[in-house]
Design a protein around this ligand. Structure first.
Ligand code: FMN
Length: 368
């Protein structure tokens, strides 16, 4: 019998992945220490999932200004680098590969995280969403429009975070430019009404992403940089699509061909956007012919649909999120066509081991 397409090896720039099952980046809010550094349970959590062809870490803030949720880890201090070193070592010991997701939430934050100061964003537009603060969920506020100097400084924060990621032993970095966070806020006209070089035209709204890539590739190989985009995001994380949203993503994705990136990671729509004007309902179908490099696809895939997308050439690898929370051995389960365990949404973001490192592997489940 032929090997399942998901279990075939994949060359990702200089890195060989053991299979095409990618663990999607997932915030788990377990860094409940003053350093906001990963510690023992992170090491254990990622080690348990190291049979993924590639792990993309939870979103990790590039600076103190980048934070928007409690207990998320960072990659901007020495203590955080030390914490991540243990994680990367554990994953490598198990034969796995791991990229870190570099994150800046922009306006999806709250003054409580910034000593009372406003969160930064392309424009002073409230996303009318919620921020998960130390005092529980709070309404977001109208953020501060970033000055050009603050934008340039933030680009350097991405560069510094990438440098730290290399020191921490990551195989690469993923630039989080999706899901309504800072870079995505620059792309959309409804969140970016700037009149200067970072606003107005499609090229200007996309510009920051390319400046971030250019800055990062000064400190690490270009073929170890991934980019995540979620073009048809509407009605969640404060994002609203308009007639220029998809043309903006068309432009970005075409231009990413000028780079020799590790991969482009795309999300299919998170919700039903079939009635939303200007949305695209089938992202892989639209962008596979456009993007010439390695493409990862995500959102609501199961084993069968993932195999099908790879067989049809719609993607090179498939990222699974929630299934990896409750199935640390997702790859082994796919290999054996075994049933999957259900995830518990109540423990997605709660501190400690429960719902984090206590989901059993199949061999353990079988013997119970
Ligand atoms: C608990 C949780 C945390 C998440 N955190 C992140 C994150 O930090 N960065 C990111 O890009 N996406 C994040 N996502 C989105 C996932 O990467 C993925 O796109 C989503 O879960 C859909 O894939 P799935 O249907 O396979 O779960 C998160 C999703 C969940 C469920």
């Amino acid at each position: 019998m032929n090997k399942q397409p998901l279990l075939e090896k994949l060359q990702l720039g200089p890195i060989e992945l053991n299979n095409r099952v990618v663990m999607a980046p997932m915030t788990r809010s377990r860094a409940n220490n003053s350093e906001k550094a990963p510690f023992d349970i992170h090491e254990e959590y990622y080690r348990q999932r190291a049979s993924a062809g590639l792990i993309i870490s939870e979103g990790s803030q590039i600076s103190t200004k980048a934070v928007g949720y409690i207990n998320t880890p960072g990659i901007h201090t020495a203590a955080q680098v030390e914490g991540w070193k243990k994680v990367t070592q554990a994953v490598h010991e198990e034969g796995g590969k791991i990229f870190i997701q570099l994150w800046h939430v922009g306006r999806m934050s709250h003054p409580d995280f910034h000593g009372g100061e406003l969160p930064h964003a392309p424009s002073a537009i409230n996303p009318h969403s919620k921020s998960f603060t130390p005092q529980g969920f709070k309404e977001t506020v109208t953020p501060k429009e970033m000055t050009i100097e603050e934008i340039k400084h933030t680009i350097l924060d991405y560069q510094n975070a990438a440098k730290n990621a290399m020191e921490a032993g990551f195989d690469g970095v993923e630039i989080h430019s999706s899901n309504g966070y800072l870079l995505h806020q620059f792309f959309n006209k409804t969140s970016n009404i700037r009149k200067n070089e970072y606003g107005g035209s499609i090229e200007n709204r996309a510009k920051i992403l390319f400046e971030v890539i250019d800055a990062i590739k000064e400190v690490m190989p270009e073929d170890r940089i991934g980019v995540r985009l979620n073009p048809s995001l509407h009605g969640i994380f404060g994002m609203i699509m308009d007639e220029e949203t998809i043309p903006t993503f068309d432009y970005i994705i075409e231009k990413l061909n000028d780079y020799n990136l590790a991969y482009l990671h795309l999300s299919e729509p998170f919700n039903d956007v079939s009635d939303i004007p200007h949305a695209v309902t089938q992202i892989a179908h639209r962008y596979r012919p456009v993007y010439k490099g390695t493409m990862i696809i995500n959102a609501s895939f199961d084993q069968e649909k993932g195999s099908q997308y790879i067989l049809e050439g719609l993607a090179d690898a498939v990222a699974y999120g929630k299934p990896f929370i409750s199935n640390p051995d997702l790859v082994e389960r796919f290999a054996e066509n075994a049933p999957l365990a259900e995830w518990d949404t109540n423990t997605f973001y709660t501190p400690g081991e429960k719902g984090f490192t206590d989901y059993p592997k199949l061999s353990v489940s079988k013997s119970i």
